[in-house]
Write a new protein. Structure first.
Length: 140
């Protein structure tokens, strides 16, 4: 591959923003990839910043993924157990008991769905990280 700006010179890399071949004199090392000019340097740095922000957001999401289901389950148990704790007679058909049971079931269902969704995302990320055996070159 030859340099886009200097066709007589071999390229040492590809601009991370515009995908042009660049020689050693044209290359700007941004620390997050090569760029061919000042405009592309800014774009590559913006890409790196975006990736870092998204990575930290995903790690926070992973830590808090069961927060909502646990809240629903705890609130459901509160509604189910409140009549017992307050000294009233437990009635399976009372509004608070049914409402609490609904919260518990909904919390379990939400946790199950989130777990399945996270599993699918992990599998998708693993598949996109591993190149296919039959392909050569970058994906577009």
């Amino acid at each position: 591959m030859k340099c886009f700006s200097h066709p007589e010179t071999h390229a040492v890399g590809i601009c991370k923003w515009c995908s042009k071949g660049i020689c050693i004199t044209c290359a700007f090392d941004t620390g997050a990839g090569l760029a061919c000019n000042e405009t592309c340097v800014k774009a590559v740095k913006n890409i790196a910043t975006l990736i870092n922000v998204n990575t930290s957001a995903v790690s926070l999401q992973k830590k808090a993924r069961f927060l909502a289901p646990m809240y629903l389950i705890i609130m459901g148990l509160f509604f189910v157990l409140a009549p017992i704790v307050s000294g009233r007679q437990f009635q399976l058909t009372s509004f608070t008991t049914l409402f609490g049971a609904l919260f518990v079931v909904f919390g379990v269902v939400v946790a199950w769905i989130k777990n399945g969704y996270d599993r699918v995302l992990r599998q998708s990320a693993q598949q996109s990280a591993t190149p296919d055996a039959g392909t050569s070159g970058p994906r577009r």
